[in-house]
Design a protein around this ligand. Structure first.
Ligand code: NAI
Length: 367
């Protein structure tokens, strides 16, 4: 019998009403019967943050930990060191920055994720958020729901995406899908910044690779961030880099909150340098109530909106957890577990670190 600990979010009545809300404490990634049939102990909890949390207690003798970026249980150095039997961490989704990957390597703990499981879901959310910001949808909808009708108030900051320059920081699975989906919008130029060249993307979309970050950022009307969080991207988009962007640009970040400096983003919106910011990730999840993103709003010519505010298209962490995505990542987790127990090699794209080394090229250029 193997002890498996899964840290998922609580769904309450929504989990009962929607059994395909799989990444939740109630629906257990669909693993409850499988664990029973195979004689494994499956502990599922949402309680993860305090030193006395169920996660921190159970991780001490678990062999496998399943976590999700939507309600991240942080596998820090301290937690990994307390986990004496831990051999395998599985991310139900994509993005394993909540695991200290260097320590996992030192301790020869494997980290797998369900690569590709939600990349379409995120790309769709990115395209939606770009349009929501550029068209100034949020205050328009808030005004309408309040029973009001004032075209000029919203139209004064509503633009077309056609003719704009859009660039992705990171041109992997999500970044490339975003640009593919934007191709029919007839943008002036699609660009990407990535140390890995993506020739297929260039061929498919006409996207241009820009190798210098300052040059890349200074050309953009819209920046979409689609790179993993690690030491090379943490805090990358700060006041200085935002200052390199054109006045009136928009940023969409569905990658990881800590890639941007939230305070600097809020200030750039307040000064009018950024026209809007949106995404579904914050540096702490859930964010504290005084997090800058809850109250940030754009300064649209110094005129407040009658209802709500402009330029803030934030949501909770939902882009990669559509029902379709949940089915895919739940199936993917089961496949990883079955490979683990049968000794079959994992699908190469799912391996982040294994046997003490990085298997992916996405977390920075390493030796
Ligand atoms: P991927 O591994 O296919 O692509 C990532 C790309 O980023 C790679 O091409 C890599 O070379 C590039 N990159 C790494 N460091 C960079 C840097 N400093 N500058 C420019 N490019 C850099 O990953 P995928 O599937 O496209 O996902 C990207 C990230 O999106 C994930 O790591 C995760 O953090 C986030 N994500 C968010 C989700 C959500 O629900 N909000 C769901 C899925 C992923």
């Amino acid at each position: 019998m193997v002890k498996i600990v899964a840290v998922l979010y609580t769904a309450g009545k929504y989990g009962e009403a929607q059994p395909r809300l799989l990444g939740t404490v109630e629906n257990k990634l669909g693993l409850a019967d499988w664990a029973k049939q195979n004689g494994h102990e499956l502990i599922v909890t949402a309680d993860k943050d305090s030193p006395d949390s169920e996660f921190r207690q159970h991780v001490k003798d678990a062999e496998i930990v399943i976590t999700t970026p939507f309600h991240p249980a942080y596998l820090t150095k301290e937690v990994l060191e307390s986990a004496k039997n831990l051999k395998c961490c599985i991310t139900a989704g994509v993005g394993s920055d909540h695991v200290d990957l260097d320590v996992a390597n030192q301790k020869k703990i494997a980290v797998y994720e369900v690569t590709g499981s939600n990349v379409v879901s995120v790309a769709e959310h990115v395209v939606m958020t770009i349009l929501v910001l550029v068209r100034n949808f949020v205050p328009a909808n808030q005004q309408y729901l309040a029973g009001d009708w004032n075209v000029a108030e919203v139209a004064r900051e509503s633009y077309d995406l056609e003719g704009k320059v859009v660039g992705t920081l990171g041109s992997g699975r999500i970044g490339s899908r975003v640009l593919q989906r934007l191709k029919p919008f007839d943008c002036a130029k699609l660009t990407y910044y990535d140390y890995q060249r993506n020739e297929q993307l260039e061929k498919d979309t006409g996207a241009v690779r820009v190798e210098d970050l300052k040059e890349f950022l200074s050309e953009l009307d819209v920046l979409t961030i689609n790179a993993p969080l690690y030491e090379g991207t943490k805090g990358l988009i700060n006041a200085e880099k935002i200052g390199w962007m054109k006045k009136g640009a928009w940023i969409v970040n569905t990658a990881r909150g800590a890639i941007v400096n939230a305070k600097d983003v809020k200030e750039a919106l307040a000064s009018g340098h950024l026209r809007g910011y949106g995404g579904d990730v914050t540096d702490q999840q859930p964010p504290p109530k005084d997090h800058p993103f809850y109250t940030m709003k754009a300064n649209h010519n110094g005129i407040e909106y009658t209802h709500g505010s402009g330029g803030n298209a934030m949501t909770p962490h939902i882009s990669g957890t559509s029902i379709d995505a949940q089915v895919r990542y739940a199936n993917g987790v089961k496949e990883i577990l079955e490979n683990y127990f049968s000794g079959k090699a994992q699908t190469p794209a799912n391996i982040i670190v294994e046997n003490g080394d990085y298997a992916t090229k996405a977390y920075g250029q390493r030796k």
